[in-house]
Design a protein around this ligand. Structure first.
Ligand SMILES: [Cu+2]
Length: 163
């Protein structure tokens, strides 16, 4: 009889502690995780020249730093050649690149030998044709894109915003 009673007390105590620990575990395991912002997947951007105008069809583009970006550039002109050049800098850098392109010639895509400030470019594209370029979006900031075919800059330009 005496041992049975001890067993009952033990079982009662054990059961009580199990319930307590279960409750403690429950509260301890409250909401965790969540995690940071999802990284952006690759982006494909279609852009063109605006008919016979010295202009792009889009003057603003957006990307996320580190994102894989594909630019599909369509020349919608019948008569003029165009390219698409993403500049690592603002107006002054764009002007330097455009000036260097004047004498570079079509075979060099109207880009000078020093392309350290060129993030990416679509080669000189004939009317009605489409060319593409893949690149990794640079650090957050604002970048100009231009056409360096002689006489087209500063008319042909736009801004890519990277965040
Ligand atoms: Cu052009």
């Amino acid at each position: 009889m005496k041992t049975n009673l001890r067993m009952l007390v033990l079982v009662a105590l054990l059961g009580g502690s199990l319930v307590l620990s279960a409750c403690g575990g429950g509260s301890g395991g409250a909401t965790s995780g969540g995690g940071g912002a999802a990284s952006s997947g690759p982006a494909t951007i279609d852009i063109g020249s605006d008919g016979e105008n010295l202009a792009f069809t889009k003057t603003t583009l957006a990307a996320t730093a580190g994102q894989q970006v594909t630019i599909n550039f369509k020349n919608n002109s019948a008569a003029q050649m165009h390219n698409w050049v993403l500049v690592n800098g603002g107006e002054s850098v764009a002007a330097e690149i455009a000036n260097a392109g004047l004498t570079a010639g079509v075979a060099a895509d109207y880009l000078g030998a020093d392309q350290s400030k060129v993030i990416a470019h679509v080669k000189v594209t004939n009317g009605g044709e489409t060319n593409s370029v893949n690149f990794t979006a640079p650090a957050a900031g604002t970048y100009l894109y231009i056409c360096t075919v002689p006489g087209h800059y500063p008319l042909m330009q736009g801004t890519m915003t990277v965040k």
